[in-house]
Design a protein around this ligand. Structure first.
Ligand SMILES: *Cc1c(COP(=O)(O)O)cnc(C)c1O
Length: 372
């Protein structure tokens, strides 16, 4: 059946199968299954690719954010400013430390933390600002850095969706004090299982994060602090090393598809997401916006085109965060995104004729909606 998948992890595996199989078999034969040389090499290669000094490999992106917050000394009684238009892990990582996530709304054009709204949320308990490079576009970091410096706060980047993204010519990951990346399979750099990594230019923060991920041990069975089992598997390290070598090309392919979408959807009234000035968007998600979003999604499905919603319920309206006491209307930009955003298929192996199929179907929906 003709149609377009939302993403195609099989196509990617087939394109690198021999390299992956060899790397995985090497780990199986090594009997070093957790951390070890493959993971260490990956940490260095990933950090180098992001122009940052230290990479700490972890078992998920959520763990990366959690150890970054803990290494920053954040805990009960503290507040961390973040956004409600993100995946739940961002705020959950804050809550795991005992600190309170304090939301500010996002900018209606770039969908990242609106710097103009941050200062009003700073209290004597605020310890950190955690912007999210949502959909693969860096947050507007310069004004956030200025606010963090003025108030003595940590800046922790949620870079889970933004591998190799750039802000004013600098790679994300080394711009704030720390950053967390995810290698969940569907991310731009995906493991074959769970994975994550925290970055920093500060060797002391890196040392703390390494202790936190491995039972607080600097020597076996000597535990310096209460810590976690957040270590990366060697197989994931080996897979990620192979995939990292392809990431630049894959990112360029994503950007090319995003540019094609923008061109072909320009005059249909579906408001394709734009790349903000001074930012290199890595197009993890390609968004369009339409008041009849749900109907558009159903229509695309009838044409065999898969799509997604990122995210249909902003965090301040999730039951999990009910204790924060928010209600509808508190963050209107995030709520509008939740109502109208639709993620179109995007992955490096997608062809131009796939893009055509999607755009033709969107055009068909829009024209039918006009006629009615
Ligand atoms: C995926 C994601 C995370 C969490 O990463 P996991 O590897 O799934 O734990 C955190 N923040 C954002 C914005 C994400 O998209």
């Amino acid at each position: 059946m003709s149609g377009v998948k939302f993403l195609d992890l099989q196509a990617q595996y087939q394109s690198i199968k021999s390299e992956i199989d060899e790397a995985v078999l090497k780990v199986l034969a090594s009997s070093q299954y957790v951390l070890g040389p493959e993971v260490e090499a990956f940490e260095k290669e990933f950090a180098d690719a992001h122009d940052v000094a230290e990479g700490v490999a972890l078992n998920s992106g959520t763990s990366a954010l959690h150890v970054a917050l803990l290494a920053g000394g954040i805990g009960p009684g503290d507040e961390v400013i973040t956004v409600p238009m993100t995946f739940t892990a961002t705020a959950a990582a804050v809550a795991y430390t005992g600190a309170v996530p304090v939301f500010v709304d996002v900018d209606p054009d770039d969908f990242t933390m609106d710097p103009a709204l941050v200062e009003a949320k700073i209290t004597p308990r605020t310890r950190a600002i955690m912007p999210v490079h949502i959909y693969g576009q860096p947050a507007d970091l310069d004004p956030l850095i200025a606010i963090a410096e003025n108030h003595g706060l940590l800046l922790i980047e949620d870079a889970a969706q933004a591998h190799l993204a750039e802000y004013r010519g600098r790679k994300v990951g080394g711009i704030g004090h720390m950053a967390g990346f995810s290698f969940y399979p569907g991310k731009n750099l995906g493991a074959y299982g769970e994975g994550g990594l925290a970055t920093t230019n500060d060797p002391e923060l890196a040392r703390k994060m390494r202790l936190l991920r491995d039972w607080g041990q600097d020597r076996k069975y000597h535990h310096k602090m209460l810590a976690y089992n957040y270590r990366m598997d060697a197989i994931q390290g080996a897979v990620l090393r192979v995939k990292l070598r392809h990431l630049k090309g894959w990112t360029e392919a994503r950007r090319r598809i995003a540019a094609l979408y923008r061109e072909r959807l320009a005059n249909l009234g579906v408001r394709p997401a734009q790349e903000a000035e001074g930012r290199r968007h890595v197009s993890h998600v390609f968004s369009i916006f339409h008041p009849a979003r749900d109907e558009l999604q159903d229509f695309l499905a009838t044409r065999g085109i898969q799509s997604g919603k990122h995210y249909p319920v902003p965090l301040h309206l999730q039951e999990a965060y009910a204790q924060l006491g928010h209600r509808e209307g508190d963050f209107p930009v995030s709520e509008a995104i939740a109502r109208e955003q639709l993620s179109l298929p995007i992955y490096p192996e997608m062809t131009d004729s796939d893009v055509d199929l999607v755009c033709e179907a969107v055009a068909e929906f829009v024209h039918e909606a006009c006629v009615e």
